[in-house]
Design a protein around this ligand. Structure first.
Ligand code: PLP
Length: 422
């Protein structure tokens, strides 16, 4: 390990902030990071997001800007757009949304009016806030109707989705979510959207990298619009993209700018271009399949240790554990695992009898550990640590948590993280 990484100008100007960055680098190096929406970006992506592209205003789109001096910026954005189109096989890509939530807001602006009915998966079932959930602007300014998963299987019930769509006639249907461990049937959603006259938005924020790597079916050609963040399994900078067929290109572009945003974050656009280049390499396909293989192996190891997994396992990068049978609340487990060097998040499970801020579940995933090179042969150890950590959480055994933390740090030291080696 070569930590701390050199940030000489930052250290000279603002040692207090530099020390915080160094501490975060060390934390990310030493811990087993299992939050499924997180990852490690490459050094190249980090470098691209910290350049003088930061200094440039470029409202508009390549060739149609409201500011001069776009000789290089236009080329950067075109590169990102062309790479997105090639990687995902789409006709149109907008790489300007600041993040996943504003990308989704732009979709509302493009295809609905305030007060219109929109449909998405309920947040406590695994959907995202921006799919019309009440506390979100999308649920306050639109009439959100929500589908879920079946209590017995943990899977989406397409009869329920169809019935709801035909009854409510939403303008937009969102599929995708934040805690869905199973393959999304885009064709089934598309059929329902067609029948009910809705625009289908596939929000693949979590699984974009798996799709790019061929480890999850693509929403192309089923979805009208594809919304994705770029910083989760796609392993790019914090940002987002909207993709579609040519027929929706104008509506989407107008919604992002001038509808919702001002100047694009060009340093982020550049880093997106780099991440898309990396994701187009054969090694990224191997990586995406390894993410899924690791998740499956980890799920099997957890099941063998008596853990209750929502839907009984996983098809993708994500596992949702219901800790009710272990008699440890999700938040207690998550905080204890954090002290053990295993970083997870507490999460509601479908039909959770507990409150959202103190739910029954813990959500984990394999993107970050796979980016560090851990393979299926390590998943027994990971499951063992989680098992011991959850037991220690229940028993209040801080010594056991400290012992796990040391073991975790020892293994992670053998697998240097992308981006954290100079
Ligand atoms: C992460 C996520 C978002 C939001 O992305 P932010 O960049 O956090 O705003 C939207 N939809 C889904 C399904 C997500 O997983």
């Amino acid at each position: 390990m070569t930590l701390p990484l050199p940030h000489p100008a930052l250290a000279a100007t603002d040692p207090e902030l530099a020390a915080l960055v160094a501490a975060e680098e060390q934390l990310q190096a030493d811990t087993l990071r299992l939050i499924p929406s997180e990852n490690y970006v490459s050094r190249a992506v980090l470098e691209a997001s910290g350049t003088v592209l930061q200094n440039k205003y470029s409202e508009g789109y390549p060739g149609r800007r409201y500011y001069e001096g776009q000789q290089n910026i236009d080329k950067v954005e075109r590169l990102a757009i062309d790479r997105a189109k090639a990687l995902f096989g789409v006709e149109h890509a907008n790489v300007q949304p600041y993040s996943g939530s504003p990308a989704n807001l732009a979709v509302y602006l493009a295809f609905a009016d305030p007060g219109d009915t929109v449909m998405g998966m309920a947040l406590p079932m695994g959907g995202h806030l921006t799919h019309g959930w009440g506390v979100s602007a999308t649920g306050r300014w639109f009439r959100g109707v929500q589908y879920g998963v079946r209590h017995d299987t943990g899977l989406i019930d397409f009869d329920e989705v169809r019935e709801l769509a035909l009854k409510e006639r939403p303008k937009i249907i969102f599929c995708g979510g934040t805690a869905l461990p199973r393959t999304i049937d885009f064709a089934a959603f598309a059929e329902i959207a067609r029948e009910s006259g809705a625009v289908l938005v596939a929000d693949v924020a979590h699984i974009a990298g798996l799709i790019a790597g061929g480890a999850h079916p693509s929403p192309v050609p089923h979805a009208d619009v594809i919304s994705t963040t770029t910083h989760k399994t796609l392993r790019g900078p914090r940002g987002a993209m909207l993709m579609s067929r040519e027929e929706h290109a104008k509506a989407i572009d107008k919604a992002v700018f001038p509808g919702l945003q001002g100047g694009p974050h060009n340093q982020t656009t550049a880093a997106i271009a780099v991440a898309l280049h990396e994701a187009a390499q054969p090694s990224f396909r191997d990586h995406a399949h390894a993410v899924v293989a690791n998740a499956r192996a980890l799920a099997d190891e957890l099941l063998a240790r008596g853990f209750d997994l929502v839907s009984g396992g996983t098809d993708n990068h994500l596992i949702l554990m219901d800790l009710t049978p272990k008699d440890v609340p999700g938040k207690v487990a998550a905080k204890a695992l954090d002290r053990a060097g295993i970083v997870v998040n507490y999460n509601t499970v479908p039909y959770d009898p507990r409150k959202p801020f103190d739910p029954s579940g813990v959500r984990i995933g394999t993107p970050s550990l796979t980016s560090r090179g851990l393979g299926t042969q390590h998943m027994a150890a990971v499951a063992e640590w989680i098992d011991r950590g959850v037991s220690a959480a229940g028993a209040g055994d801080e010594d056991a948590l400290a012992a796990i933390r040391a073991e975790v740090a020892e293994l992670m030291a053998a697998f240097p993280a992308p981006g954290l080696t100079a």
